[in-house]
Write a protein that binds this ligand. Structure first.
Ligand code: NAI
Length: 718
């Protein structure tokens, strides 16, 4: 009997094959599947297809996604989450490796025709092909983001990639979990060609038939030496280990494991490398770090769904940003980058010029944008100090002017009279009441907070503040816009400090308390960094700006009383016009090449004599328990979401994305739960005795400890 291919028509969840004159194209899914993940069912159908293809002796094989905006988004993360046994994880790795090896072993030319995301397992699949060509479609990207989930590429990625593009470039992708845009991918040799979406299948066909041969990527001599000699690899190992320690402080096991897998494979060959890679995949899959990162992945996906019902409104959005300062310019920039028309208004031409320069500077730093791209983003921003004919089109306002209730109210109510009566009006205020701001604005249901963080271009979180008048539709549209901007929304009640600044305040205050007790600020900051924070609390105060911190502190004390009171160190520095990084001097001195402690600090602040750091854990406990105590209060008060799992999810996401809380700890509530309510209670009681009432455990912690409940369960509030 003639060998045949059985799956030649599209079936959701499986691959299918189309033949054209001896060349077979494997489509990884059907057109109506939104995302192609490599589920066990899909991978099994790929295996069966490859077995059949081997028999039919094709002239060539092409692997393609079903649409121009989708190749394959990687492994099925639900399946990953369900693995609790490392042996099962290892088996998953071996099976994937074996199937991709079948592609490599096909006795014909194989071409990955990539359009859309080709990441994780999808990228590893493409690496098993002889050639990779990619389209210049905006959604096209290729890379290996596995370490972001606390695992390593386990389907051959750590073995094939360094051989293809050299160890340095490969580690530059694998260790940080990077994905590359088409041009960058071509530059490093990860793909052979970048083509248009219309042309890709024809081009792939020509290559598969050997009618066209893309020029191979030549590894430069230095890369060959670094990759294929033991001395070269020794050098790369030393450098990479030092870099990893600096960046991860030893908190992320996946990165060193990936580095070792790459090095071992190059040293001993793939026969040793592949099994090692699979075993490491199994081991990493069940680490608490991976669990936490996978959980965060799902929380982030969940946040994207908040704006589901608001997408249609985005099609006709005309945005209006008031205030071209640090925040307004940042907001205008991210809006214009996503193709929204923007009116940017300020009171003076000078302020507008400042804003424009800010936008331009940010854009030119993005290497993947051409000068035409930069120009077209800038063209989308109409700057004005007065009124424009386009004013009437504006239907989405983001206000980012001075933090003053009266001024904001005046500006917004004037504006409301000139634009559409149902235009959404958002304020980027970091501390003022949205409910109060909405008073005097007709139709106040459309008023909400849209709290971006500084720097807007980088910070991934947006707090959507629901004032007492804000209607659901408004929240949903803002959430949709936030997601469109590539950021993550959380929905927060209109309480002083909202969620992020409220939780951060006791933490920052505790750093001040430690300072006044004579602890050295470098020790305080180092302890926080060791815990996993991106920077210490003292350094963070400088970054935020001490004038801003002073203002927020006042709002917090007014709102919550004594427990938010600080030691007034910030006020003393503000009096001396030391405002932190922006003024060149704060707790640190930024005048030199490297930031150093402000030499006058002890004298200026009247601090006690320097105290030996002694037990670093004591500093960590004080900082983190200050966070936890306030975080659980927010959880129980429903500051972000309904108390229980929903609120915990928002707080975990909010703390990781907004405060830099270490992702490998899964967020503040996940961290608290990992310690257990009982331990938290014990530690807080101890600190209350030692440091004072501010550490008095919140009642929700006491109840959970006594009733043996978790932080994911709601408790009755007294
Ligand atoms: P900024 O001082 O850099 O910019 C404010 C801009 O608004 C200035 O260019 C000013 O000329 C302009 N402005 C003042 N009155 C105006 C009016 N009537 N019409 C048009 N423009 C006017 O201030 P920044 O830092 O950008 O803050 C703006 C808002 O964002 C504030 O509400 C602040 O609380 C909030 N925010 C600030 C963050 C930060 O880290 N800077 C973080 C999150 C929120």
């Amino acid at each position: 009997m003639e060998p045949t291919i059985t799956n030649s028509s599209p079936v959701a969840g499986k691959v299918h094959v189309v033949e054209h004159d001896g060349v077979f194209t494997i489509f990884l899914g059907s057109e109506d599947e939104r995302v192609i993940t490599l589920t066990s069912v899909r991978v099994a159908s790929l295996k069966e297809t490859l077995q059949q293809l081997k028999e039919v002796k094709p002239k060539g094989v092409i692997v393609s996604g079903p649409r121009e905006d989708m190749f394959a988004a990687g492994a099925d993360i639900n399946a990953i989450q369900s693995i609790v046994d490392p042996v099962v994880g290892e088996e998953l790795g071996r099976e994937g490796q074996m199937i991709f090896q079948m592609i490599e072993d096909l006795p014909c030319t194989t071409v990955a025709a990539i359009s859309g995301p080709c990441v994780g397992g999808g990228c590893e699949l493409s690496l098993a092909c002889d050639f990779r060509i990619i389209t210049d479609h905006p959604s096209s990207q290729i890379g290996l983001p596995e370490t972001k989930l606390g695992i390593l590429p386990g389907w051959g990625g750590t073995q094939r990639l360094p051989r293809l593009i050299g160890i340095q470039q490969a580690l530059g992708i694998i260790l940080p979990g990077k994905t590359l845009r088409p041009k960058q991918a071509k530059k490093v040799g990860l793909v052979h060609e970048v083509v248009s979406a219309d042309a890709i299948l024809d081009r792939a066909d020509a290559i598969a038939r050997k009618k066209a041969v893309p020029s191979p990527h030549q590894l430069p001599l230095l890369d060959r030496l670094l990759t294929f000699t033991s001395l070269g690899r020794y050098f790369v190992k030393q450098k990479s280990e030092a870099m990893l320690m600096k960046e991860t402080k030893g908190n992320y096991p996946a990165q060193p494991a990936a580095l070792n897998a790459v090095l071992l494979g190059l040293k001993k060959g793939t026969k040793v490398g592949y099994p090692h890679e699979a075993a490491e995949l199994g081991r990493l899959l069940v680490t608490p770090e991976s669990r936490a990162l996978v959980n965060l992945f799902f929380l982030a996906e969940g946040a994207k769904k908040l704006g589901k019902g608001g997408k249609d409104e985005l099609k006709t959005l005309h945005t209006f940003v008031v205030g071209a300062g640090v925040m307004g310019a940042g907001v205008a920039s991210v809006l214009a980058q996503k193709s929204f028309p923007v009116i940017l208004k300020d009171t003076s031409q000078e302020a507008l010029e400042h804003g424009k320069t800010h936008i331009k500077k940010g854009l030119t730093k993005k290497k993947y944008l051409s000068s035409e791209d930069v120009a077209s983003v800038l063209n989308r921003v109409e700057c004005t100090t007065g009124e424009l004919p386009t004013f009437t089109k504006a239907n989405f306002v983001v206000e980012a002017i001075v933090e003053n209730m009266e001024v904001k109210k005046k500006v917004l109510s004037e504006l409301a009279g000139k634009i559409s009566p149902d235009a959404i009006i958002c304020s980027n205020t970091s501390s003022l009441s949205i409910s109060e701001l909405a008073e005097g604005i007709p139709n106040p249901g459309r008023v909400a907070g849209m709290h971006f963080f500084n720097p807007v271009e980088k910070m991934p979180l947006v707090e959507i503040i629901r004032g007492k008048h804000t209607d659901d539709k408004t929240v949903v549209i803002i959430a949709a816009l936030t997601t469109k901007l590539g950021k993550f929304p959380i929905i927060v009640e209109d309480v002083p400090g909202f969620l992020v600044n409220r939780i951060l305040t006791p933490y920052l205050n505790e750093a001040g308390a430690l300072l006044t007790e004579g602890y050295d600020m470098l020790d305080i900051d180092r302890a926080a960094v060791k815990f996993g924070m991106p920077m210490g609390p003292v350094r963070l105060l400088d970054e935020v700006g001490l004038d801003v911190a002073k203002h927020v502190s006042k709002v917090m004390v007014d709102g919550y009383g004594e427990r938010m009171a600080s030691k007034n160190l910030v006020d003393k520095l503000v009096e001396k016009k030391m405002l932190g990084k922006k003024s060149g001097m704060g707790f640190y001195d930024y005048s030199g090449a490297e930031e150093l402690p402000n030499p006058q600090l002890r004298e200026l602040l009247g601090l006690e004599k320097k105290r030996e750091v002694g037990d670093r854990q004591h500093i960590i406990d004080r900082l983190t328990l200050a966070l936890v105590n306030e975080g659980i209060r927010c959880l129980d008060e429903g500051v972000a979401g309904i108390p229980g799992k929903e609120a915990a999810a928002q707080i975990d996401l909010g703390t990781v994305m907004g405060t830099g809380f270490p992702p490998f700890r899964g967020g503040l509530i996940a961290f608290a739960q990992s310690l257990t309510p009982k331990t938290i209670l014990q530690k807080l009681k101890h600190l209350e005795k030692e440091c004072g009432e501010r550490f008095a455990p919140h009642s929700g912690i006491v109840q959970r400890a006594e009733q043996n409940k978790s932080f994911y369960e709601a408790v009755q509030q007294h």
